[in-house]
Design a protein around this ligand. Structure first.
Ligand code: FES
Length: 160
């Protein structure tokens, strides 16, 4: 019954361009086995992040609840819920890196960028670069044996 109500509302409310795009992406994968992750990756690749309206659109196409889709988006750290900052620093917090100072690197990095809204510091759980820990990715470039000085040096190359 609720679904019929939603369809009735949709008939009266035109979809946004983004909503239409997300619906097309979701429909492209909908018949595949376990399509949700494929759809979420495709939506993020197309739109940069997964917005609340995207979650509702995907849920409708897959006939899932919004909570189910939201739960999947929240579970995987790779999915963004908001637009990306200008710069992204990812610090590995998994075991091998933790054993060689990742916790201190994480704390120092968070403190270093606390005043910059254009930089996002995120935790990641293993880049597969374990032998070179602590590992970090700075604007998508993976580095090993990273120190806070390395991160500050990379920052100095960014134009503000
Ligand atoms: S544990 Fe850090 S890269 Fe694998």
């Amino acid at each position: 019954m609720a679904r019929a109500g939603r369809q009735q509302t949709e008939a009266l409310t035109p979809r946004s361009a983004r909503g239409e795009s997300v619906r097309v992406i979701a429909q492209r994968y909908a018949r595949e086995r376990g399509p949700l992750l494929e759809i979420l990756h495709a939506v993020q690749a197309e739109h940069g992040h997964i917005a609340d309206e995207d979650v509702a659109e995907i849920a409708d196409v897959l006939n899932l609840s919004v909570a189910e889709v939201h739960g999947t988006v929240s579970f995987y750290h790779d999915f963004r819920r908001s637009p990306a900052a200008d710069h992204e620093v990812q610090i590995c917090r998994a075991e091998a890196c933790q054993a060689v100072g990742a916790a201190d690197l994480w704390a120092a990095t968070e403190q270093h960028f606390a005043h910059r809204e254009d930089v996002e510091v995120r935790e990641v759980f293993c880049f597969g670069n374990c032998a070179l820990g602590p590992s970090a990715s700075i604007d998508g470039r993976l580095r090993g044996h990273v120190t806070i000085d390395d991160i500050a040096t990379a920052e100095s190359g960014w134009s503000r």
